[in-house]
Design a binder for this molecule. Structure first.
Ligand code: PHE
Length: 385
């Protein structure tokens, strides 16, 4: 009897105490990590990616954040390189406790980051990494937490090959590649496959490494082979070196590349006469693009104080961040498991086009062809998938 009374008192006490403890305070902030190569070989990629992502976050915060929470960006310099990118990913996940990552830019950094994010249940969206292995594992299965906002390289390589054949009338191509760069290696492979399937011939294929500065041995072979086009699917830092030396050697075969050429630091004199496939052109007259170009230019200025023109990096980082925040809003909670499901089923009208995901978390989107001419990068054509 006595123990019963004690028990009821205890129960009563627990109930009273429980009702007295204040409810957990509502979550006020939500963190989003931005992994961008601010230093290393391709710093314009990082600056533009950061600026595009922050532009989106600022807009959401000005409207009250997401689900009533203020969005707090955490920017890390991941250097377009596997080790620094992995360290940055572990830091933001383990120390800052982020549930969401926008980044990396470069496929060879995004791939190792994706393994960590997926294993730890953190949603990652790469704005611009185009290698298929970013979202799909070596087992051929989609990584449930990993997404991207751009098309993939099998398509980009095919567009490059088709353009070379149909628009430039090329029958022969010479390929230059860095085997240690997943993006370059993949894109070279996809170009070769499409070009030969369409009846073209690869008259030479030579490798270099990312630290090479003298390309004369390869260029001598190109001068001899006289290909209709040279395919060089690398980043602008390498493109600047190679095309400058090619001009000095008197090589006239046009160079063709991919999105990695997109940079305000592309040497347009050296790369003059070249073409590259890309995600977007700021010259696209669609109002979504023109409004974004205007808003971005009002927010960010270059060293001379002129409005900065958003490139594909800035635009896709803006789209990727908006996509992520929209998925969080649709999921109704700061819960990456729910957000990944919302994301997989989303339809989002971005600046770079309408985005829906295929089963491998890749958007199906059109590509743009740009031409380097008269010191500028000019819009040439749009190619639909
Ligand atoms: N697509 C490149 C990669 O996967 C990155 C990139 C995208 C660079 C767009 C420039 C512009 O590595």
């Amino acid at each position: 009897m006595k123990s019963r009374i004690v028990l009821s008192i205890l129960v009563l006490l627990t109930v009273v105490l429980a009702s007295c403890t204040p409810a957990a305070p509502a979550q006020k902030e939500i963190k989003v990590a931005i992994l961008a190569p601010l230093s290393g070989p391709v710093p314009t990629f990082g600056v533009m990616t950061r600026d595009g992502a922050l532009a989106a976050i600022d807009e959401w915060n000005a409207k009250g954040g997401v689900l009533g929470m203020k969005i707090v960006p955490i920017v890390e310099d991941s250097q377009c390189t596997p080790d620094p990118a992995v360290n940055a990913a572990n830091k933001v996940i383990d120390q800052d406790k982020v549930h969401y990552i926008v980044g990396e830019v470069c496929s060879k950094a995004s791939i190792p980051v994706s393994e960590i994010a997926n294993a730890k249940g953190v949603v990652q969206i790469s704005p611009t990494s185009t290698n298929p292995d970013v979202t799909v594992g070596s087992d051929g299965k989609v990584k449930p937490y990993i997404f991207r906002a751009c098309f993939i390289d099998p398509f980009q390589g095919q567009v490059g090959a088709k353009f070379a054949m149909e628009n430039l009338g090329a029958k022969t191509a010479f390929i230059m590649l860095d085997q240690a760069n997943d993006y370059v290696k993949g894109l070279a492979e996809f170009f070769e496959k499409s070009f030969t399937e369409m009846g073209g011939t690869i008259v030479g294929k030579e490798s270099y490494t990312a630290t090479d500065t003298d390309f004369s041995a390869i260029l001598a072979k190109i001068a001899e082979a006289k290909p209709d086009v040279v395919y060089l699917p690398d980043y602008y830092n390498i493109v600047n070196l190679v095309t400058k030396q090619a001009k000095e050697k008197g090589i006239t075969s046009p160079f063709i590349g991919g999105d990695g050429w997109d940079s305000s630091d592309l040497d347009t004199a050296a790369a003059d006469g070249g073409y590259f496939t890309n995600h977007y052109s700021p010259e696209d007259p669609r109002p979504e693009v023109q409004n974004f170009v205007k808003a971005f230019g009002e927010k960010y200025k270059d060293e001379q104080g002129n409005p900065k023109v958003p490139d594909a990096l800035a635009t896709l980082a803006y789209d990727a961040t908006n996509l992520l925040l929209t998925a969080i809003q649709q999921a109704g909670a700061d819960d990456p498991a729910k957000v990944k499901d919302a994301m997989a089923g989303i339809t989002y009208n971005g600046v770079s086009g309408k985005i829906t995901f295929d089963p491998n978390h890749n958007p199906v989107k059109s590509a743009t062809i740009l031409k380097v001419t008269e010191g500028k990068v000019k819009f040439e054509a749009v190619v639909n998938p």
